[in-house]
Ligand binder design. Structure first.
Ligand SMILES: C[S@@+](CC[C@H](N)C(=O)[O-])C[C@H]1O[C@@H](n2cnc3c(N)ncnc32)[C@H](O)[C@@H]1O
Length: 284
């Protein structure tokens, strides 16, 4: 019989760490706060005994919403990222304002020579990719249909000392915005997008369904990005494999070869937890 892996002596002290996962849950450390959340892909058994030390636990109830239980009072809570700080905040969906599998892409963005590059970030959430690109010199148009998320993104720009960077904050449905930009003849040099499976337009007025609207979105994007120097396309929807995602973006004018593959969070013991897929390239 194999012996159980040894317990970790101490919690890892990095700013983000997937500490452990298994039995449909993951245990993560965000800036010293240990969080235990559901994760449908967390198959297998956990390997540590650290779970009882979680500061916060989220349990799903219905309609993808749930409740948090905290062992200690949370004060101001921020995560250090490659471009600055992001505020963390627990939501009814069990999210914290940062999807940690994106950290590696944000780091990549900060290393690129993006001075003067005009980027469009769609489904841009709390601004991680917008701020990383802006830090590297890009001019960014940040689009998300949720007003409170755009407000949080702009707040993250402030606490990251990036408030003076050329970022346009737009609360709009992604497809509507891109269609309007095409009509106006406005153009961009690159695209960042992380489309959800389902979503809402502004104030819930329209519904976003990836299967129905993504082809049209890419069609419109081809019109406004005549030469696509930067692409960062990530997706967590079922069936969106790297090969399928590459097909989605065939037809963009590009000279660089793309990188693509699975995204994952690596646990302290080296195991990898699947977290969607990506395709990206950059041409200087
Ligand atoms: C998974 S999050 C993106 C996460 C982001 N890539 C990051 O890690 O910072 C999806 C975002 O899409 C937004 N959204 C959903 N439907 C939308 C729509 N029709 N138009 C624009 N944004 C939409 C949501 O408000 C949410 O902020």
């Amino acid at each position: 019989m194999r012996s159980a892996p040894p317990d970790l002596p101490e919690l890892p002290n990095s700013v983000y760490q997937l500490v452990d996962y298994g039995n449909g849950r993951k245990l993560e450390e965000f800036s010293g706060v240990l969080v235990d959340r559901p994760s449908p892909v967390a198959v297998g058994a956990p390997v540590t005994k650290l779970w009882h030390r979680a500061d916060g636990r989220f349990d799903l109830q219905e309609n993808h919403r749930g409740v948090w239980a905290w062992e200690r009072k949370l004060g101001a809570w921020q995560l250090a990222t490659p471009f600055g700080q992001m505020e963390l905040f627990p939501t009814d969906f069990g999210h914290l304002g940062v999807f940690a599998e994106q950290l590696t892409h944000w780091k990549w963005l900060t290393t690129l020579p993006l001075a003067g590059v005009r980027l469009l970030n769609l489904f841009a959430y709390t601004g991680g990719a917008s701020l990383a690109a802006a830090k590297a010199g890009a001019t960014v148009t940040h689009v998300d249909s949720a007003k409170n998320m755009v407000r949080r993104a702009s707040h993250n720009a402030h606490i990251s000392q990036l408030a003076d960077r050329p970022i346009r904050w737009i609360v709009e449905d992604a497809l509507k915005f891109v269609t309007r930009e095409s009509r106006r003849g406005n153009q961009y040099d690159g695209i960042i997008l992380d489309p959800p499976t389902y979503g809402h337009g502004v104030s819930g007025k329209s519904i976003w369904k990836i299967d129905e609207q993504l082809p049209e979105l890419f069609q419109r994007l081809r019109e406004i990005v005549p030469l696509c120097r930067l692409m960062l396309y990530t997706c967590h929807s079922r069936g969106f494999t790297p090969a399928f995602m590459k097909q989605n973006i065939a037809g963009f004018r590009v000279r660089e070869k793309s990188q693509s593959g699975p995204m994952f969070l690596q646990a302290t013991d080296g195991r990898k937890l699947a977290s969607g897929n990506f395709v990206r390239w950059f041409q200087s």
